[in-house]
Design a protein around this ligand. Structure first.
Ligand code: NAD
Length: 259
């Protein structure tokens, strides 16, 4: 029960990684408000998690919407201890297929949305003596990848946001950290032809490069978020925690260690 009695807001909680985080948070004793733009999925996920989970509609790019969400959460629960900025959208495409509007849309959800979330919750967290903010970035926030310029830029931006806010908000008891998972919900890739599996050998080589050559399980990501959200990480702020099987550590060259 690492989060016993804590009140958490998880964005993008309707499905995938956000739903896994909400599930793990409830199991660790937290009350969770899931927010999303997918009202059907969000309501179903919250209902499946029991009395300590509730769903609320919020587009994370809506600044006024954040104010309403936070005021309602504090009115109901008395405070907010944890914010997980997990909502994001993906764009895959070369520079020729990534125009300014596309870049702005990706930055708006993935980076501006997180900034607005922190802005909305920080005064209430500070008034309650502090809290923990966890930003869900990606392996693509630690390295680059062809076809991901917009997405990668948004996720590297999230790391910058994290480090600056960790320094700014530490004085009022708020810690700010990032998790960088390699993997998540395969459904995120659906608009690009059914997911990474379609890459065949390319995907096999991509995964084989890792120390642990497989995708992350969603609950493995959720457990890392629990650590950063909980008092177990009380002196940890401003970090990027890779949950990537060692992908960002370097390359595994088969046979090189037995030459
Ligand atoms: N899918 C992957 O392989 C992968 C890999 C590394 C990191 N991530 C990151 O993990 C996090 C969760 O992604 P996922 O894999 O669960 O994908 P997902 O598409 O299942 O989840 C994203 C959620 O965010 C919601 N969302 C999108 N725009 C929103 C908005 N404007 N306001 C509120 N909610 C919005 C979606 O409805 C969805 O429920 C994201 O930050 C993503 O960038 C994913």
């Amino acid at each position: 029960m690492l989060l016993d009695g804590k009140v958490a807001v998880v964005t993008g909680g309707a499905r995938g990684t956000g739903a896994a985080i909400a599930r793990r948070f409830v199991a660790e004793g937290a009350s969770v408000v899931l927010v999303d733009v997918d009202d059907v999925g969000g309501a179903a996920t919250a209902e499946g998690l029991g009395d300590r989970a509730a769903y609320a509609h919020l587009d994370v790019t809506d600044e006024a919407g954040w104010t309403v969400l936070v005021e309602r959460t504090v009115a109901r629960h008395g405070r907010i201890d944890v914010l997980v900025n997990n909502a994001a959208i993906l764009h895959i495409g070369g520079i020729d297929a990534t125009d300014g509007d596309t870049l702005r849309r990706v930055l708006d959800v993935n980076l501006v949305g997180a900034h607005l979330g922190v802005r909305a919750v920080a005064p209430f967290m500070a008034a309650g003596g502090g809290g923990s903010i966890v930003n869900v970035a990606s392996l693509d926030a630690l390295i680059g990848m062809n076809g991901l310029s917009a997405y990668s830029a948004s996720k590297w931006g999230l790391r910058g946001l994290t480090k600056s806010l960790a320094l700014e908000l530490g004085r009022v008891g708020i810690r700010v950290n990032t998790v960088c998972p390699a993997g998540g919900n395969p459904a995120m890739f659906a608009p690009w032809g059914g997911g990474l599996a379609a890459l065949g050998d390319g995907l096999t080589h991509y995964l084989a490069d890792r120390g642990i050559p497989r995708e992350a399980d969603l609950d493995e990501i959720a457990r890392a978020v629990v650590y950063l959200a909980s008092d177990q990480s009380g002196f940890v702020t401003g970090i990027d925690l890779p949950v990537d099987g060692g992908h960002s550590a370097g390359s595994h060259l088969p046979g090189f260690d037995t030459l």
